[in-house]
Design a protein around this ligand. Structure first.
Ligand code: 0RA
Length: 641
């Protein structure tokens, strides 16, 4: 940069120091410099456009991944203000928004009423962590442009570059994530798609268009839902068999608080189909809005059931879980000053929201029931059945506990346990089939590795109530071996292994078993998944020989990479059929030995979406399962949720 282009004042220097702080400790602002932090940059820019939409000024947001590694976010909002900024005399407002931490919408006009508090670190953070940022602003009939390089240094100041076509207004931000900051700068389309779909559901009428133009075959996906969260509920239930076709809905506003609820029941047995959001952020840990809803739901349904004689005087009240069985609910609240608490800052703490949601649900759900008598009756019949099953499961559980107290330590016979009693270093390999189980026992380090062979297909818990599930041998064995109980009682502090590793073949049967196991963990031991204790072992698919050395290759990708590195290789590869064909030495060195193996950690990025995927894969609706598997057959990462 030459001196004639830009000269810095004292104010500019404080600005640069601010951005320097972000570059020094990126984790403080975006959580990490891994994939989650990288995608955070996109959320940050898109959130600004969504704020503009929530304020009623923007209807289309376009996000494009370009071949040069950049990401462009364009909107048709009012455009970032381009006039001189009152505090930084020599900078324009737009320059301030891009270079001052937390400058976002806090000036000019009334700013924003509500904005996503979790990602709201400001677009300047994106600038600080990018090697280049280009901004174009259409406002007052003119198009303006500016660019920044090397983490927020002004490269060319804001200047008019021509007319705004058709007198349009809007903002376009293109950024190149800095390779010196991020471990990996390649965006994952699936991650972006899932979130954009969720954002479109939560902002009815908003169009989000995603384009991936990184390779020769560009793709475009448009999300736009006139019905908002009603469409969200319908979408989740599309993979299940719904109890009736209407989707319940109500909304209520008070001061600067707004609550919206959509709900529908399906014929399934899950009690955790409740998903909540605050200012567009998925509150995975729940909070006051969920509390208010649950309390009111239980009250309203019991009152209705008594009033209509569906529950007799002698009958017990329905419990919340009875009513929530098979219920899919989306709660979305918007509020001026959201307090995010909890371990992952995803629990809504605002107490006033609890009574607002409770009151709205009390009034409006009762109305809905009166207006939909036949639906109401079906729901209550289902709840009463659930109540009976719950009582039966309680009895079954009691006798199961008594039984395990009788056989000493209560460990299943099939478990070959490790000698260590420290869960932090202990690993449980769940192995498909008795014979592979035998090799795994020989291949293991008996101090830290336990082996549990399971035979054939475990019960599909997606399609069974808890009382039936508990009678299944494989399920009992799993629960006993892992420790920490299951369902509502599950306690992740009591687990006996910090790594639970699924070891199954790379073929269709193996992937079915993996999915059944993941469904079980997702539904019955979810904290185990959330805490990152579940892993998938990756036995190699190919072997080949170089000189005297046998080399194992994980998959086709690894094979291609190998051929690039060894262009003269004779191309003789052996396709390994499965675990059963490896001797224990091979199994140890390729798959189990902690110094050589690769494990895929299973994470739950987005529970609302993961819920849908599990229902699709494991639920009743065969057609949607078929479609899902066909659509994702090429992409094994769908298990990486
Ligand atoms: C500050 C003030 C105003 C709008 C914006 C920022 C704004 C920022 C972004 C970022 C991406 N798209 C955006 N659109 C708008 C209010 C402007 C006014 O009062 O006219």
């Amino acid at each position: 940069m030459t001196e004639t282009e830009t000269s810095y004042s004292a104010a500019d220097i404080t600005v640069l120091e601010g951005l320097e702080a972000v570059r020094k400790r990126p984790g403080m602002y975006i959580g990490s410099t891994g994939p989650s932090g990288l995608h955070h940059l996109v959320w940050e820019v898109v959130d600004n456009s969504v704020d503009e939409a929530m304020a009623g000024h923007c209807s289309i947001i376009e996000v494009t991944l370009l071949p040069d590694g950049s990401c462009r976010v364009s909107d048709d909002g009012r455009g970032i203000p381009v006039d001189k900024h009152h505090q930084y005399e020599d900078l324009t407002a737009a320059e301030v928004v891009l270079t001052v931490l937390h400058a976002g919408g806090k000036f000019g006009g009334e700013g924003y009423k509500v904005s996503g508090g979790l990602h709201g670190v400001g677009i300047s953070v994106v600038n600080a962590l990018s090697s280049r940022v280009e901004v174009e602003i259409d406002r007052h009939g003119r198009r303006h442009a500016m660019t920044f390089i090397n983490g927020g240094q002004l490269d060319s100041r804001l200047a008019e570059i021509g007319e705004a076509p058709d007198n349009r207004t809007g903002t376009s931000v293109t950024f190149w994530p800095d390779a010196e900051i991020f471990e990996e700068t390649k965006f994952r389309a699936q991650t972006l798609l899932e979130r954009f779909q969720m954002m479109a559901f939560l902002n009815s009428g908003l169009e989000i268009c995603f384009r991936d133009e990184r390779d020769e075959t560009p793709t475009e996906t448009v999300f736009c839902y006139a019905g908002g969260i009603r469409d969200f509920v319908e979408h989740i239930n599309a993979s299940k068999e719904s109890l009736f076709s209407v989707v319940g809905y109500f909304s209520q506003e008070e001061d600067d608080h707004e609550v919206e609820v959509a709900f529908q029941w399906n014929t399934g047995f899950n009690t955790d189909g409740l998903h909540s959001f605050a200012n567009g952020i998925n509150t995975i840990e729940g909070g006051m809005h969920e509390e208010g809803f649950r309390t009111a739901l239980t009250g309203v349904m019991n009152r209705y059931a008594r009033a209509k004689g569906l529950l007799k005087e002698k009958d017990d009240n329905l419990q919340g879980e009875d009513i929530r069985e098979g219920m899919t609910t989306i709660i979305s609240v918007r509020l001026g000053d959201p307090q995010f608490e909890g371990q992952t800052k995803s629990k809504l703490g605002n107490v006033e929201i609890r009574s607002l949601v409770q009151k709205a649900t009390n009034d409006r759900l009762a109305e809905w029931l009166e207006e939909h008598p036949s639906e109401a009756k079906r729901v209550l019949q289902k709840s009463i059945n659930a109540q009976r099953a719950r009582i039966a499961a309680h009895d079954a559980r009691k006798s199961a506990r008594r039984k395990s107290a009788l056989d000493g330590a209560g460990m299943p016979d099939k478990l070959k346990d490790c000698s260590s009693r420290d869960p932090r270093e202990s690993e449980l390999f769940i192995v498909e089939g008795d014979s592979a189980g035998g090799s795994a026992v020989q291949a293991r380090d008996p101090r830290t590795m336990a082996i549990l062979p399971i035979r054939g297909k475990i019960l599909n818990v997606e399609r069974a109530r808890p009382d039936k599930m508990l009678k299944n041998n494989e399920v009992q064995t799993l629960i006993q071996a892992i420790g920490g109980s299951f369902g509502e009682e599950f306690n992740v502090e009591k687990i006996r292994y910090h790594k639970v590793i699924l070891l199954a073949d790379a073929d269709v049967d193996g992937s079915h078993i993996r999915t059944l196991l993941l469904t079980f963990f997702f539904r019955q031991m979810r904290p185990l998944v959330e805490a990152g204790h579940i892993y998938i072992a990756q036995p190699p698919l190919y072997s080949t020989v170089v000189g005297k050395e046998k080399i194992y290759l994980k998959d086709d990708h690894a094979k291609d990479a190998f051929l690039v590195e060894h262009p003269n290789h004779k191309r003789e590869f052996q396709r390994l059929k499965g675990l059963g064909e490896m001797d224990f030495d091979e199994l140890r060195s390729t798959t189990m030995d902690a110094t050589k193996r690769t494990l895929l950690q299973v994470t739950v990025e987005m529970l609302a979406i993961a819920d849908e995927i599990f229902s699709t894969l494991m639920g009743e609706n065969v057609e949607s399962r078929k479609k899902f598997i066909q659509a994702n057959a090429h992409d094994v990462r769908f298990l990486d949720i």
